[in-house]
Design a protein around this ligand. Structure first.
Ligand code: FAD
Length: 468
């Protein structure tokens, strides 16, 4: 048998790659991992973790304001972007170190440098050739910016984490979760925020009630949301101000200190040598894999964002685990993508598991909807005009809960627990039989008794929603 330097060589030490490397090593395999940037990947260095730290920072603004209703007198709070970014960077440095310790502790060799496949079992890492029985491509993705005049003046989420100062006026282009989250972050930290999206409503793919609810809440907090609006170009004045040209004339405002594009991400496949080896890629460059993360070329596998499927850290981790268990653990392991919970750390946050109402209607034909829009107890004294929404989607025939959705404080923490019940096939009667924890927002889910008889047009959508 041909001998290789390693049994597994992973390209990319992000969420998926690190989990695959550690799992394979724990199964006794000889493993190396190549990384050209920092250990931990997007999630740790320029994704989930720094984003959530910034979201916490942004929420303090509301907390300071809300404190007054509870008897506190708070001196005028002063915010330092520089201090926040410095502290955030120190935490990321610490996490990079944790990843190094984890890999070294698992006896995974770390190969620093840019990797490229030169043959099915051979990878060149900054010119050094290494062979492996299996190669796992886990190179993630990168932000995508469209080709419009002046696009070089725009930033993406990568640069947003490192801005030298907080922009006074920022435009976020895009309607996905990254645009929505950064809108909440910059708004909370005190910037004037405009979000422009070319679609009819933010957060395509989420339940329509939740999308409308969040749009309303964001606008109440002062974010200007321009829908069905596209950017035609950007020009920079001598003083650094960015003038934008809109696709429709009525759109306002036009001048910003920063423009950030959050218009999707593309798989990181450039320069990896995949096309040369005949690895199948989809139209966006995503690596095509089967249920076992195997490409069409024997010995080459892929997990995570580079496969252009569901770009979330826990999914990449699960795929990394599955591929290692299949190759070295003696267990062919598939990932189950059904009932996948997810959250958007917007202000307020939203979270979801299972099907939206529209998806459920399509799949089951008839569904029962239970929904409550309420003022959280906390805001009775704070006086804040913020509402929460909980919603259950139930398949009428089987009475199984097929979707749970929430917008409001702690939604991600609440939905994580509900996801277990939905995954286990809970029926509406199981939810009803569960005694609530009082007083909480979560108990609203177990006290939803009234089925909506007729789907009504949403009354919480402001009439001027689509206007600038
Ligand atoms: P990555 O984590 O991107 O790791 C890929 C690694 O490969 C990188 O370290 C890269 O440097 C390395 N690499 C690339 N090419 C090469 C090469 N040729 N040689 C060597 N190394 C290479 N997900 C969530 O679940 N929750 C969130 O709240 C969340 N928030 C996000 C916020 C933002 C702003 C962004 C951008 C993403 C967010 N995500 C979130 C998505 C999450 O970060 C990704 O789904 C996850 O990191 C994907 O893991 P991965 O292993 O596929 O790739």
């Amino acid at each position: 048998m041909k001998s290789f330097d390693y049994q597994l060589l992973v390209i990319g030490a992000g969420s998926g790659g690190v989990r695959a490397a550690r799992t394979a090593a724990a199964c006794g395999a000889r493993v190396a991992i190549a990384e050209e940037r920092r250990l931990g990947g997007t999630c740790v260095s320029r994704g989930c973790i720094p984003k959530k730290l910034l979201a916490y920072a942004a929420h303090y603004r509301d907390d300071f304001e809300d404190a007054a209703g509870y008897g506190w007198t708070v001196a005028q709070p002063v915010f330092s972007w520089e201090r926040l970014v410095g502290n955030k960077n120190r935490e990321i440095d610490r996490l990079n170190g944790v990843y190094q310790d984890l890999l070294e502790g698992a006896r995974v060799d770390i190969l620093r440098g840019s990797a490229k496949l030169t043959a099915a079992h051979t990878v060149s890492v900054d010119g050094r050739s290494v062979t492996a029985e299996h190669v796992l491509v886990a190179t993630g993705g990168r932000p995508f910016k469209p080709d419009i005049p002046g696009i070089e003046f725009a930033i993406t989420s990568d640069e947003a984490f490192e801005l030298r100062e907080l922009p006074r006026r920022i435009l976020l282009v895009g309607g996905g979760y990254i645009a929505v989250e950064f809108a909440g972050i910059f708004n909370g930290l005190g910037a004037d925020v405009t979000l422009a999206y070319r679609g009819a409503q933010i957060l395509r793919g989420f339940d329509d009630d939740i999308r409308r609810h969040l749009n309303n809440e964001m606008r109440k907090k002062g974010v200007t949301i321009l829908l069905e609006t596209d950017l035609a170009g950007i020009a920079r004045r001598d003083d650094g101000t960015l003038d934008v040209e809109w696709s429709r004339e009525s759109a306002q405002p036009n001048a910003f200190d920063a423009v950030m594009f959050a218009t999707g991400r593309k798989p990181n496949v450039e320069g990896l040598g995949l096309a040369e080896l005949g690895v199948n890629l989809d139209d966006d460059g995503g690596i095509v894999v089967d249920d076992w993360q195997q490409t069409n070329i024997a010995g080459i596998h892929a997990v995570g964002d580079v496969t252009n499927r569901i770009a979330l850290t826990p999914v990449a981790i699960r795929e990394g685990f599955a591929v290692a268990a299949t190759l070295f653990g003696g267990r062919r392991t598939k990932v189950d993508y059904d009932n996948l919970p997810s959250a958007v750390f917007s202000q307020p946050p939203i979270a979801t598991v299972g099907l939206t109402e529209a998806q459920a209607l399509k799949r089951f034909g008839e569904v029962d909807i239970y929904r409550r829009d309420f003022r959280p107890l906390r805001h009775t004294l704070s006086g804040r005009d913020e509402r929460s929404l909980v919603k259950l989607v139930v398949d009428t025939a089987s009475q199984r809960v097929v979707g749970a959705h929430m917008a409001g404080a702690d939604a991600p923490e609440i939905i994580q627990g509900i996801a277990i019940a939905v995954r286990m096939g809970a029926k509406k009667s199981d939810v009803d039989a569960t005694i609530g924890i009082h007083p909480t927002a979560a108990e609203e889910f177990v006290t939803l008794r009234e089925k909506e008889t007729k789907r009504r047009q949403d009354d919480d959508t402001a009439p001027d929603e689509r206007k600038s």
